[in-house]
Design a protein around this ligand. Structure first.
Ligand SMILES: *[C@@H]1O[C@H](CO)[C@@H](O)[C@H](O)[C@H]1NC(C)=O
Ligand SMILES: [Ca+2]
Ligand SMILES: [Ca+2]
Length: 379
């Protein structure tokens, strides 16, 4: 497994909902007690807030965890229970509904980038074969059925913590955290935060939140889920083509106006980030995965709600040559995520556009990052 190669030094890099990416303040995390020490102050002129936390782990401890980790032992054959639940594209407890994205060509990226340093441009022609895509972000309910069937343990659970946006934490959890990230003080490393406990140990995903997007899942976790469901992560090109919903060169999945006829089409941040969320769209945190109108392909919350992992390695350099089914660079350090989240506000994270993009290291997890899967044929 890819990420085990780096168990001397893994980095939990949550650099999210930020304006730009030039400067990377380093934050180191000790093995015994988690101490987060800002090593470099934010110094760029653009107001970047780039989080990076590096952690040294006990190699012996990590190695023994690997053999115990059910994810390693996971195989398709061992999941009889899952294969019993095959249906014809219907929503079930274990599988989300998928929609057909017809093959075709589109203009990927933009020549009028909102955030040029993210590599949104240049615009280039891309041809894609048809594929099927989950109509919505993977929900807590669907992720729970994967966990129930496989015993998979997410990376946030193994590492023991994950990044949570301060604005959603209880006073009690907040009072127990002595570190913040200097460059982006609204991101706190919270012990015990994971997909079941999105705001730390005193939170849960019971009842209505089962239909919200699963959070605190790393790229590796997302890959494990999709392969269990006989699916895979979308390439960035597939994600962006699907986001555009059949429209050409528009900003959003529904067009160029953020709020057509005054209506909200996505779960974003209204008010003043990070201090005041006026909740005009009805949600301060995540919303159910099928809230807000679907786009032309029937896809919900492509922008906003939760960021979504793609399978591509991150680069900001793109060829303008026409490409067929491009899958990104062959290697890299970060994976591409798309769509922005409920934390995005134009003032500092104008990333809820189809051409927008950002990145995280594959072992990162956070309270606004999820995913959805695709497959070539209807599984
Ligand atoms: C997973 O297992 C728990 C405990 O048995 C159960 O309450 C829950 O409904 C299961 N979830 C799904 C989606 O099957
Ligand atoms: Ca909102
Ligand atoms: Ca989304």
């Amino acid at each position: 497994m890819l990420f085990y190669c780096a168990f001397f030094l893994f980095s939990l890099n949550v650099k999210d909902d930020v304006l730009c990416v030039q400067s990377k303040p380093e934050l180191s995390v000790g093995t015994e007690r988690e101490t987060i020490v800002p090593l470099a102050a934010e110094s760029s002129s653009c107001g970047c807030h780039n989080l990076k936390r590096e952690a040294v782990v006990d190699i012996e401890k990590e190695s023994s965890k690997i053999t115990e980790n059910p994810a390693v032992k996971y195989s398709k054959k061992s999941n009889e229970r899952h294969t019993d639940t095959q249906t014809n594209g219907e929503e079930t407890d274990t599988r989300s509904q998928m929609v057909l994205i017809p093959g075709g060509e589109f203009l990927m990226g933009t020549d009028s980038p909102g955030i040029p340093q993210d590599g949104e441009g240049p615009q280039r022609r891309v041809h894609l074969d048809h594929f099927y895509m989950d109509a919505h972000e993977v929900s807590n309910r669907h992720f729970q059925s994967f966990i129930n069937a496989t015993g998979y343990i997410t990376e946030a659970e193994r590492f023991g913590d994950s990044f949570v946006f301060e604005g959603v934490l209880s006073e009690e959890v907040k009072s127990q955290i002595s570190q913040a990230v200097a460059a982006a003080p609204w991101w706190l490393p919270v012990r015990g935060a994971d997909w079941r406990h999105p705001e730390g140990p005193d939170s849960s995903i019971t009842d209505s939140r089962l239909d919200h997007p699963v959070l605190h899942v790393s790229w590796q976790d997302a890959v494990a889920y999709c392969s269990w469901a006989y699916k895979r992560l979308p390439t960035e090109a597939e994600w962006e083509y699907a986001c555009r919903g059949g429209l050409q060169e528009r900003l959003y999945p529904w067009g160029n106006k953020l709020k057509p006829k005054g209506q909200h089409y996505a779960n974003l941040w209204q008010g003043k980030f990070p201090t005041h969320n006026s909740e005009e769209d009805g949600y301060t945190k995540t919303s159910p995965v099928k809230s807000f109108p679907a786009n032309g392909y029937g896809l919900y919350n492509m922008v906003g709600n939760a960021w979504e992992w793609t399978s591509d390695w991150w680069t900001v350099h793109h060829t303008t040559d026409e490409r067929h089914n491009p899958a990104g660079p062959p290697s890299g350090t970060d994976r591409v995520k798309k769509g922005g989240s409920y934390m995005c506000h134009k003032s500092y994270c104008y990333r809820y556009r189809c051409a927008a993009r950002s990145q995280n290291t594959p072992d990162s997890s956070a309270s606004n990052l999820g995913f959805r899967c695709v497959s070539q044929e209807q599984p």
